[in-house]
Design a protein around this ligand. Structure first.
Ligand code: OAD
Length: 243
């Protein structure tokens, strides 16, 4: 701590798997993380899906089902409170495919890596919401094509969603907070560097440990998001109150 708190006009918050860890969802790169138990190339690439769609569907079906067993934690709750109470704008850009930000009450969210609860037709591109298991035999409810459905997830080698909207938000941001992300996966890992190039926003990292990009941040707090994020939001809202 020890930084002067000011009231910010446009806050952009980048979140990663670490923010959902205390809800009981695995991260990707920590001990016991998803990429320790599943090889990325087997489940999270277009090539993997072409080779073995059943395996890829099973992986995402499992994660979709698992979502129903977890709840938002105090870090998600604090960000929803910030959006509701802050005088300026708050946008969450999440790499997470879970729905814990929504369930905590956040509204202004970009899911740059897609969403577990959505599937997309490979033929007509229709995006559908589902809580159910998906198999490769299912025809698309919209166009009838089969095999049709794939997870609405951005796989390695694919372009993240809404990059234009994200860039626009970063260009306007006077505060950028990165929470629970290891800084390994681009373009998200490069957002803090973009902020430094733009040169006008304050940049903050909240993560269990220093991320790959830690040296780019003006301010860093290392520890569990469930404790540190509510504290940080409290300081932001107090600064609003004084402004
Ligand atoms: P990672 O698993 O790479 O990083 C999670 C970070 O969260 C690590 O730096 C942990 O130290 C930190 N962490 C763990 N528990 C925490 C806690 N309780 N509080 C705060 N921090 C904690 O996950 P991401 O950076 O989100 O992409 O990974 C980025 C992308 O790589 C994912 O979106 C996914 C993956 O491959 C796709 O699937 C496209």
């Amino acid at each position: 701590m020890g930084y002067m708190m000011t009231s910010y006009e446009n806050i952009v918050i980048l979140t990663g798997a670490g923010i959902s860890k205390e809800s009981g969802l695995n991260t990707f790169r920590d001990n016991g993380g998803l990429w320790e138990t599943h090889r990325v190339e087997e489940v999270a690439t277009p090539e993997a899906f072409a080779r073995d769609p059943a395996l890829v569907h099973r992986f995402y079906n499992m994660r979709r089902q698992n979502l129903q067993t977890v709840e938002p934690n105090p870090a998600h709750d604090a960000l929803a409170l910030l959006e509701a109470e802050h005088k300026g704008n708050v946008i969450i850009v999440t790499q997470n495919v879970d729905n814990l930000h929504e369930r905590a009450g956040s509204k202004n969210i970009i899911h740059m890596h897609g969403e577990l609860l959505k599937v997309r037709c490979r033929a007509c591109a229709m995006v559908m919401v589902t809580e159910n298991d998906i198999s490769d035999e299912m025809p698309c409810p919209a166009c009838g094509f089969a095999p049709a459905l794939r997870p609405h997830i951005v796989w390695f080698g694919e372009m993240p969603f809404q990059m234009d909207d994200i860039e626009e938000a970063l260009l306007k941001a006077d505060l950028f907070i990165s929470i629970g992300t290891s800084g390994n996966v681009y373009p998200a890992a490069g957002f803090v560097q973009m902020m430094r190039q733009i040169g006008r926003g304050h940049t903050v990292e909240i993560n269990m440990e220093p991320s790959e990009g830690v040296s780019y941040f003006h301010e860093v707090h290392h520890g569990p998001a469930g404790t540190l994020v509510p504290q940080y939001v409290d300081r932001l809202l107090k600064a609003d109150y004084k402004a």
